[in-house]
Design a protein around this ligand. Structure first.
Ligand code: NAP
Ligand code: F7E
Length: 392
């Protein structure tokens, strides 16, 4: 009898919590804009979620199921228990390769907020260019067909929703002209870039054929303290920071001569938002208008750390960087070369400046400085924990 009573009290509490959550969501959604982000656990997704929350949005994010909680590391500081009154960010399990999960997520948003999202940002991708040569079919499915799945769901369920497609400067590939603008023809060199070209074109096609507010941001490389550790900038800042504290001996890199137009992700997600605030959908190149080589990034990082490193002067796979104690700290490993290499990329962001009023705040040197400082602090913590363990 007592057990039954306790059970009904417990059920009542759960019921109240659900009603409270839905009521809270309903009132919030009526007052606030709602956005859905695919790829919310990625570098850009996490900064975009922060930006939108600061602007008062309700934010939904599509998250892939994983056997660990590690994939939400970049957004853990934003997540709250959905039953808490201030919760404005929500996760739905879904996958860009699974149309049903995308449609289900849109229907769930409708159920919970009694309206459909005002804006959808499609950032989900297998975004590593070299890995796309190893997994071309999976990459094309996520990157290319994934965008089409999103657009098809929008056409069927929420044709009024504004759509942002994360297009990429990789589409320019073997560049036809320098710098690259919205008018520069594409010439892709990887499965990733070919899939992005498809996604770009299908976004434009849905805009023209069905009047959907669908725009492409053609973003040049952007990095940050949250950049994945297998992209070259983070590999360098993390690697050299760890080497400087004796946690690692050396790093292995590929082509040091590649040139990229590197900006900071925080600036770039602001451009994404500005693109969707325009009355008319359109395509925009987003970049800093400055290019630097991988070698320059390596040398700038060493400078930030006060490391004196020099090349042995050899070219290609025999080149090494050596520190003041004669220790080799950088070697070349052909594994990191690509079957085809995009040698140089440089943005002409004039249209974004003129129409969106967008300009990057963080340029090359500050970017390297921010990333290096961040990775040095992480390495210091790692070294401290390692030494503490040793003293036990
Ligand atoms: P990122 O850090 O690699 O993040 C990619 C995101 O996509 C992650 O949240 C990942 O989830 C998710 N994802 C992967 N496969 C998925 C799938 N099958 N279904 C749903 N989600 C999936 O990439 P980023 O640097 O933030 O870039 C964001 C977008 O901009 C990407 O589309 C990228 O291609 C594009 N882009 C990036 C740059 C750049 O320099 N960063 C430049 C131009 C364009 P997990 O966390 O579970 O892996
Ligand atoms: O390579 C060279 C490599 O992997 C940059 C993605 O966000 O930006 C990114 O693609 C350059 C390339 O970025 C290593 O060959 C040398 O030339 O950091 P990355 P990415 O390929 O430019 C575009 C715009 C995107 O859209 C993509 O999603 O650095 N490089 N040595 C190396 N690259 C890596 N990863 N590792 C090396 O050891």
């Amino acid at each position: 009898m007592e057990k039954e009573f306790l059970k009904s009290i417990f059920e009542l509490i759960l019921f109240k919590q659900t009603i409270f959550k839905n009521l809270h969501l309903l009132t919030s959604a009526m007052e606030k804009k709602t956005a859905l982000i695919t790829g919310i656990t990625g570098q850009d997704g996490s900064y975009l979620a922060e930006l939108l929350l600061n602007k008062g949005y309700l934010v939904y994010g599509l998250v892939r199921r994983s056997s660990t909680e590690a994939t939400t590391e970049r957004i853990d500081h934003l997540l709250k228990d959905v039953h808490e009154s201030g919760a404005r960010i929500f996760r739905h399990y879904a996958d860009l390769t699974d149309t049903d999960s995308i449609i289900s997520s849109l229907m769930k948003i409708k159920e919970e907020t009694k309206k459909l999202p005002d804006e959808i940002y499609n950032l989900g991708a297998q975004s590593h260019v070299r890995i796309s040569f190893d997994t071309p079919i999976d990459t094309s499915d996520i990157v290319g067909l994934g965008a089409l799945r999103m657009l098809r769901a929008i056409k069927l369920i929420c044709p009024e929703t504004k759509f942002y497609q994360a297009s990429s400067s990789e589409m320019f590939g073997d560049v036809i002209e320098t710098p690259q603008s919205e008018k520069t023809p594409f010439n892709p060199l990887s499965p990733y870039a070919c899939a992005k070209v498809f996604a770009f074109n299908i976004t434009k096609m849905y805009r023209n054929a069905y009047g959907i507010h669908a725009s492409n941001g053609i973003l040049f490389n952007h990095e940050s303290e949250r950049r994945g550790v297998n992209f070259v900038t983070r590999k360098i800042t993390r690697g050299l920071a760890r080497i400087s504290l004796g946690l690692q001996d050396k790093i292995f890199l590929g082509n040091l001569e590649s040139e990229r137009d590197w900006g900071h992700s925080k600036d770039f997600v602001n451009a994404m938002w500005l693109i969707l605030q325009q009355d008319k959908p359109d395509d925009y190149v987003i970049g800093t208008g400055e290019k630097h080589s991988v070698r320059e990034f390596l040398e700038e990082t060493a400078k930030c750390l006060g490391m004196n490193i020099n090349s042995n002067g050899e070219k290609g796979v025999n080149e090494k960087y050596i520190d003041e104690n004669g220790k080799v700290i950088v070697e070349i490993d052909p594994h990191f070369f690509r079957p085809l290499e995009v040698k140089t990329l440089l943005a002409n962001p004039e249209k974004a400046k003129k129409i969106l009023g967008w300009e990057p705040k963080i340029k090359f040197k500050e970017l390297a400085q921010l990333m290096t400082e961040h990775d040095f602090k992480l390495a210091e913590t790692e070294a401290y924990l390692k030494n503490r363990k040793r003293s036990w």
